[in-house]
Design a protein. Sequence first.
Length: 391
Amino acid sequence: MSYEELLNQVELDSQQNTDSIHRLANKIWTKISPIELRAICMDVWEEIGKKLGSRIKPLVPVSQDRPVTNLIFGSGSFSTGRFQAEQYQKVKSYLSKPPIILQGIVSNKSREHGCNGPEIAKRFKVANINLDFNDWYHENVDQNEENPIRATRYWYPPEKEKDINLEDIANRFNIRQNGFHKILGEKIAEKVRYPTDIASARGYNFQFCRCMFSHQKNAPPHVNDTHPADLSYVDPQNKTKLYVGWQSGATQRMMEDNISQLRGSLIEIEYMDKISQIHELDEGVLLALGHGIQLSSTKNFNASEIQNILKILDDYYFCTLEPSGLILLWGITETKIPIAYQDINGNPISIKQKAVVVGNQILSGINAFGYNFKKNLEDLEEFLKQQKIIR
């Protein structure tokens, strides 16, 4: 099968997945409001929490007096961010009162520097919150620096840190997190009507920090990120995720390790507020796994091509969970409990982590939502029928 033929098949499969999510969303939100659904989930989660030994809280907050809100963050082409914005338009075509609203597009590059964020915001008539990091750096730090992003890099592999001045790294961290993001946060506060409940990282190349949402006091939003590799695989020695990193590099390592089913992941992002956190790369809770594609079907393709396939097949369904409101059925334990992950041979590895509950199912680690997408969606629909929300 040629790459074009495989891509066409993947696009059809992706469309079926997103259509099935929208069909379920249509059934739910014509019958019930987010706050009513939340009350039902909390009752169910209370009983599950007793068995797990931990209280379960909503992944995304729901307020009585305003809609649930989303901001989409990106730094480049905004292909996944654009797809997510398109899904909000699709929800509006069948629901008069969508469960979640898109408030704006946030970008740290301007259109002049190759970012499509401002254009996407204009197209979908939402707030354009843009602060170009290069321009900001030249105006506030060093007007002669040729590459501000490289000049403020603060993550290095531990073996290379010995060659880096730690005071310099701390200064770089402070420039990005406490300097640039503080101003970006002020722009967010100016441009949006409601507090942000969900921040979607869709190709945003900086780490999130709380000062981006300091105007929300003690209630920063839930942040999630799409990732181009299967983060259910961990190192059995140090329990860290094996396929972390940016762009196709993580996909390449999966291929080199002969992982039979190549998948993408959706993870919760933890705020990076201290320099001691800089090595916590992609270590957030695993929220969902992609359907993926068999390695044997991809032997003639390179990692970038496979990454593009996983973006369409997996990221696009991840990007439908927020507009459809299905993300409101996700709960998470307040304390860590043993969760099954796996080594590269598929052997289970137990890690203490917060557990994820979707509807009335505990779906974490190797059993995260999406590992068996069709069954997971059927189970969720059955849960909603049991609660008399849908027929």
